[in-house]
Design a protein around this ligand. Structure first.
Ligand SMILES: [Ca+2]
Length: 423
């Protein structure tokens, strides 16, 4: 913490101002554009040359949590009370909220409307997936529903409004619990068409992350209709023991946040919240135990020890261990050409550290120029340099998505939608 605070003071922003975008539509505002040219370096041996302009294109969202592309120009944004907005990134317009989900979403503590993701065949089926906490204070759970997006367009084909219809619940984490912590919920489609997402340990159910008779502290994998894929790791076990949950893909998680399938490496990445210290990036593989709460590099918020172990046999070590905790919230692997410096790097958003944390991975086999012993989960990948950007915004960054042209869109807890573009 000490070292990072010191380093972030080196961060500065140039004062170059750019033209603000004209406001269009009901609730669109565009505030500033400035150019950020330098980052403080978390533990880097070279400077990452990432220069970008920053525009706050909306600032009246209610605790936005998820943002997802429907196509090149349109994005859905969830708000914690269950409302959903449509952002037109070409015309810079924000729709009025759709309220289909507000009666079904339990907004309290860390709960509420969570993530949104479009079906890979969205252009044909208009389907989106939404996660949220359902229930009430004494009995709640992470739930996943689908809905169809209906777009109304004017004569020029420009979208004028949207609505959601045919809400259908396809997964509810079991069992229900009390209290309103650790729901996880970020969604990702795998290349085989299955849908993967985390369910948190519920905070008061951390020990259940180690057993297969519940969904707490798990990464879940289901088909796009909610059914269980036949090749899930515990399907056969569940046939013999009905207490086993066949939706489980991996276990021993605390509160998974960002999830991203990196097609170039054929790897599923996730970051997750540790307790005080011990935040992690993991490469997620089926049937593996990621250790929580038997192993962790963190301690309890009270300062007491959760476990004496940071490593045990048959439990995965994190790919990246962030101690102190940066509180990651989402992640992507940058694939675009707009910011060449970011290509192939892990771009993580942070709540507590209020920054974008860029992580470089190194292929150790390539570095050694010969085959090396590979870990089943991690393959040849190991973390190299890390850099911190965006600290000057003073915002808890909640979700990030890359547009077709390589821009980055970020939503913040204070209600902003910020666009990073070429400087
Ligand atoms: Ca772990």
């Amino acid at each position: 913490m000490e070292r990072l605070s010191r380093l972030t003071k080196q961060f500065f922003q140039t004062s170059k101002s750019r033209v603000a975008i004209t406001a269009i539509g009901a609730s669109f505002i565009a505030v500033t554009t400035s150019v950020s040219t330098f980052a403080s370096e978390a533990n880097a041996s070279y400077q990452l040359d990432w220069t970008f302009s920053t525009s706050t294109v909306a600032s009246d969202l209610h605790k936005p949590w998820g943002i997802a592309a429907l196509n090149d120009d349109l994005f859905l944004i969830t708000e914690r009370d269950g409302k959903v907005r449509l952002w037109d990134n070409k015309n810079n317009t924000m729709s009025p909220a759709d309220e289909t989900f507000t009666d079904f979403v339990f907004e309290s503590g860390q709960g509420g409307m969570l993530d949104v993701l479009a079906h890979p065949n969205f252009a044909e089926n208009n389907l989106v997936y939404l996660t949220y906490s359902a229930g009430h204070r004494l009995k709640n759970a992470t739930r996943l529903s689908t809905a169809e997006v209906v777009l109304q367009k004017d004569n020029n084909g420009k979208v004028t409004s949207f609505s959601l219809k045919n809400k259908r619940d396809i997964f509810t984490a079991q069992p229900f619990k009390a209290a309103t912590y650790h729901f996880a919920g970020r969604l990702v489609f795998m290349p085989d068409g299955t849908l993967v997402f985390g369910v948190g340990d519920g905070y008061t159910h951390m020990d259940k992350a180690q057993t297969l008779d519940n969904h707490f502290g798990k990464v879940i994998r289901i088909n796009d209709d909610g059914s269980v894929p036949a090749d899930n790791p515990y399907v056969e076990m569940a046939k013999k023991d009905e207490t086993i949950k066949p939706e489980i893909y991996s276990y021993g998680h605390r509160n998974p946040q960002g999830m991203y399938y990196d097609a170039s490496r054929s790897v599923l990445f996730s970051n997750e919240h540790g307790p005080k210290g011990g935040d992690e990036i993991n490469i997620i593989k089926p049937e593996l135990n990621y250790g929580w709460p038997k192993i962790t590099y963190g301690i309890d918020y009270s300062g007491s020890e959760i476990t004496p172990h940071s490593a045990l046999p048959e439990m995965q070590q994190p790919l990246v261990n962030w101690t102190p905790s940066i509180a990651p919230s989402s992640m992507l692997v940058y694939e675009g050409d707009l910011f060449p410096a970011l290509k192939g790097k892990l771009v993580n958003t942070s709540l507590k550290f209020q920054e974008i944390r860029v992580v470089e991975l190194k292929d150790k086999a390539k570095a050694a120029k010969k085959p090396v012993q590979q870990d089943y989960a991690k393959g040849p990948w190991q973390p190299a340099n890390q850099w911190t950007f965006f600290k000057d915004q003073g915002e808890r960054l909640r979700d990030i998505v890359e547009t077709a042209s390589g821009q980055l869109l970020i939503v913040t807890d204070s209600g902003k939608l910020i666009r990073l573009d070429k400087a």
